[in-house]
Write a protein that binds this ligand. Structure first.
Ligand SMILES: Nc1ncnc2c1ncn2[C@@H]1O[C@H](COP(=O)(O)OP(=O)(O)O)[C@@H](O)[C@H]1O
Ligand SMILES: [Mg+2]
Length: 319
């Protein structure tokens, strides 16, 4: 059988560069070398080579997180080059990357999310009004970031100013969200038209972490992850339904992973990741494993879905 010529994109220029490089290496190691002829590209340095090689590339795996990778920019370049790639297209990637736009779309699809306000750099922020509206604690997060970068859980009004300053170092738009204290869950979805929800994972950051912050996410042993989550069947089904609804409401394709919090039997959706972490032990591959997909089988499936989805994108091309 002829090998699929695969471009593996990892690295990039976002604050999640190191995570991406690590994932890229693990994905490279897991891919079946009898099926794929793999070339690695780091968008930070190798975009000219990618463009030059495009006619000889059958598919790409975008293992990039955050802006300039997960946000539709790289997806747009690959569309122009007619290279199939896994996961969401330009539209879905862009709207899911922006937590403010995502929340508006969730609202339209009746996906429950915590109450929020948003501000841009030029807005005057009335702190007592914000606290009066959302209560304390509240969460300040940059609209377009990931891995909990630039995010603060504000316990007292007088700490809001510092949280705002930090947030604006990462984006020109911030979201202020009511803090929901509960059990943290995440649920993966796989498929293009016919969607399969994967087993739900329960996330328990270690005691030294106030929330699922950067270290809790990436330092081994800092967080306990339990799959399937210790929740009843009805709540499991509800979480899976919400993950599918969130995926659809943001116009996503291929796969996604929706983060949520369970409080007193009610689920609140925090966000949907369009390129979830892809080390062999990351959340999505972990739950895919419990759902019956080994890491290499999951990568095969994503590539197969990518090639299938590319046919639909190409309907828009003039013949
Ligand atoms: N409204 C909230 N209530 C409670 N915890 C939150 C809230 N928003 C975020 N968090 C905590 O911060 C983490 C990261 O937030 P999230 O919205 O998933 O952004 P990202 O993962 O893209 O940085 C969550 O996993 C959770 O631990
Ligand atoms: Mg998250």
């Amino acid at each position: 059988m002829k090998k699929i010529r695969l471009a593996l994109l990892a690295g990039g220029v976002s604050s999640e560069r190191e995570v991406s490089l690590d994932s890229g290496t693990q994905v490279f190691e897991a891919l079946d070398k009898d099926k794929y002829k793999i070339t690695r590209y780091d968008p930070k340095t190798d975009l000219p080579e990618l463009v030059m090689d495009a006619p000889a590339i059958d598919a790409a795996l975008i293992i990039l997180h955050g802006p300039f990778g997960e946000d539709g920019t790289v997806q747009g370049l690959l569309d122009l080059l007619d290279i199939p790639y896994q996961g969401a297209g330009v539209l879905g990637s862009a709207v899911a990357m922006n937590k403010l736009i995502a929340k508006r779309l969730y609202d339209g699809a009746k996906v429950p999310t915590p109450p929020y306000l948003s501000f841009s750099m030029t807005d005057k922020i009335n702190i007592p009004e914000v606290v009066g509206c959302l209560g304390l604690p509240l969460v300040v997060k940059p609209a377009c970031a990931g891995s909990s970068v630039g995010m603060t859980i504000v316990q007292r009004g007088e700490n809001l100013e510092a949280a705002i300053t930090l947030g604006f170092e990462h984006d020109d738009t911030l979201i202020f969200e009511s803090y929901v204290k509960g059990v943290e869950l995440t649920c993966g979805v796989l498929g293009n038209d016919s969607l399969e929800a994967l087993p739900v994972i329960e996330i328990i950051p270690g005691n030294s972490h106030e929330f699922f912050d950067y270290e809790a996410k990436y330092v081994a042993g800092e967080t306990e992850e339990i799959c399937p989550a210790r929740i009843d069947e009805q709540t499991t089904l509800k979480a899976q339904e919400l993950a599918i609804l969130a995926h659809q409401s943001l116009f996503l394709k291929g796969y996604s992973r929706t983060d949520m919090i369970l409080k007193k039997g009610e689920l609140s959706v925090l966000e949907t990741n369009t390129i979830p972490g892809m080390t062999a032990t990351s959340l999505f591959p972990q739950s895919a494993g419990v759902g019956g997909y080994s890491f290499p089988a999951l990568l095969d499936k994503l590539i197969q879905l990518a090639i299938e989805e590319n046919k639909r994108t190409n309907l828009r091309r003039a013949r």
